[in-house]
Design a binder for this molecule. Structure first.
Ligand code: BES
Ligand code: ZN
Length: 464
């Protein structure tokens, strides 16, 4: 036992000693504008993959590969010399969200700066910081001890933010060389107030686009108004039909498979301390809005939604321009919970859209991406071990959380590889992921590296 305490102390000392170099390396990673969803950034996204692969190779990981997928590549690396010890598959993503609206960033999103104990840049939290701390935790072990206490396989993808389009195919194709005992995903975070947490559930996603097409070109609204259906009005009519005034989704059969919240789960939700007024004020809204009869955290983690994510059409410039737009568009997504099916939900929403009576225009609905929800077995000893390490490093008992976000890969590790999953992430809910001025709290980044270093030892120590 004391041997292990000494080992952890040496690894902590390594992380202390390398703090500046590590931060510099993190900054360099963040400088790469790896916006996976925008094709103009394909080369940058590829560069972020190569950045990671180069480090993993240099620090002693083996079989390092930038593995093609048909989309952005998957960075694979392993170290498999801990005979008799468990094998862990570590997942994260190196792609980041787009940065618009750019004018709201205090500094350019790919020119990281450190202020108030945070590092600000797109991807600082979601998910480059977490991927980076994993790579450095491996480096700490290999450089200080010449070994890892467990076997690891790193799988870092570049399409998470665009729906992990090629991920499942890659997993299936590579299943034969991905044997493991556990998948550890670091792409989640802490509870409100920056309290350590383990994620119990993630929601799934159905994402679609609606295109409403009217006349060949924009028309003079004086000459034509009154004689043609307006695509923008028609789209508004469609969107309005999808939700009731009380916030529930008006799509027929939408809720049919939704797993009810049991009294036990409700009690768990109720135990989480959340000040509703503070929660609302923190994002600048006068009050929360959502389905009646559920706690805000239940609405986030255990109830499905339908939201417009983007809406455009017609004149957007300064002043007025009197036209009937030729077309109008919306991007709409649903967050899904157990036991909803993403494809069936798409079909139901599509049918509801096509059933709205808007004569005189053409309405097209197409799927953009799907992601499955997932639930974690919190009774699994590997999950309990993560909680212990979080408590050791952050000095607090972690919360167990149902998150509202989605990580399609989370379900795939179960369905394709048959692995249990531990969702162990380190971001603060106020990091502004997906928004302007994203940041990562440096104490979380540092604590994250120290948690991972301990976690590998804790997994090695579990009775097999
Ligand atoms: N890191 C997030 C997932 C997340 C969000 C976990 C909030 C916990 C709390 C991830 O990178 C993400 O944003 N995923 C997308 C997936 C989608 C495109 C399929 C999401 O949730 O919108
Ligand atoms: Zn993420």
């Amino acid at each position: 036992m004391t041997d292990q305490t000494d080992t952890i102390a040496r690894l902590d000392a390594f992380l202390d000693r390398t703090a500046d170099e590590r931060l510099g390396d993190y900054v360099e990673f963040l400088r790469i504008p790896s916006i996976g969803t925008l094709s103009e950034h394909d080369a940058d996204t590829e560069a972020a993959a190569r950045f990671l692969a180069e480090r993993l190779e240099r620090w002693g990981l083996e079989h390092v590969e930038v593995s093609p997928t048909g989309g952005h590549p998957i960075v694979y690396a392993d170290w498999l010399h801990a005979e008799g010890a468990p094998t862990v598959l570590v997942y994260g993503h190196y792609d980041v969200q787009p940065v618009d609206p750019l004018d709201l960033w205090v500094r350019p999103p790919f020119d990281p700066r450190i202020e108030d104990g945070r590092i600000f840049a797109r991807g600082a939290a979601d998910d480059k910081g977490q991927v980076h701390l994993h790579a450095w935790a491996a480096r700490a072990w290999l450089e200080m001890e010449g070994r890892l206490p467990i076997n690891v396989r790193y799988v870092f993808e570049g399409e998470e933010e665009s729906g992990s389009t090629h991920f499942d195919g890659w997993l299936r194709d590579n299943r034969h060389r991905l044997s493991a005992d556990l998948a550890v995903i670091s792409d989640t975070g802490f509870f409100e107030g920056n309290h350590p947490a383990i994620t119990v559930g993630l929601r799934g996603l159905t994402y679609l686009q609606v295109d409403v097409t009217g006349p060949d070109v924009d028309l003079h609204s004086g000459t034509w108004g009154g004689n043609v259906q307006n695509p923008a009005n028609a789209l508004a009519r469609i969107i309005a039909a999808l939700r009731n005034d009380d916030g529930t989704v008006a799509v027929p059969s939408f809720y049919d498979e939704v797993r009810p919240i049991t009294p036990e789960v409700h009690a768990q939700f109720q135990r989480l301390p959340l000040d509703e007024a503070e929660f609302a004020a923190g994002i600048g809204v006068p009050e929360l809005f959502g389905e009646a009869g559920f706690l805000p955290l239940e609405r986030r983690g255990a109830r499905p939604t339908l939201d417009v994510n983007g809406l455009w059409g017609g004149f957007q410039g300064e002043g007025s321009k009197t036209i009937i737009p030729a077309h109008a568009h919306a991007k709409i997504s649903c967050r899904l919970v157990a036991d909803m099916d993403p494809e069936r939900t798409f079909e139901r929403v599509r049918d509801a859209i096509l059933a709205v009576p808007v004569p005189g225009v053409r309405v097209d609905v197409r799927p953009l991406n799907h992601g499955m929800w997932s639930l974690v077995d919190i009774g699994h000893p590997a999950v309990a071990a993560a909680a212990t390490c979080l408590r050791e490093v952050f000095g607090e008992e972690p919360y167990y959380l149902y998150e509202g976000g989605s990580i399609p890969a989370g379900a795939s590790f179960g369905t394709i590889l048959g692995l249990p999953v531990a969702l162990v992430g380190f971001t603060n809910p106020d990091d502004q992921a997906h928004a302007p001025n994203e940041s990562m709290v440096l104490a979380n980044y540092e604590g994250g590296a120290r948690t991972v270093v301990r976690y590998w030892q804790a997994l090695a120590d579990l009775p097999r």
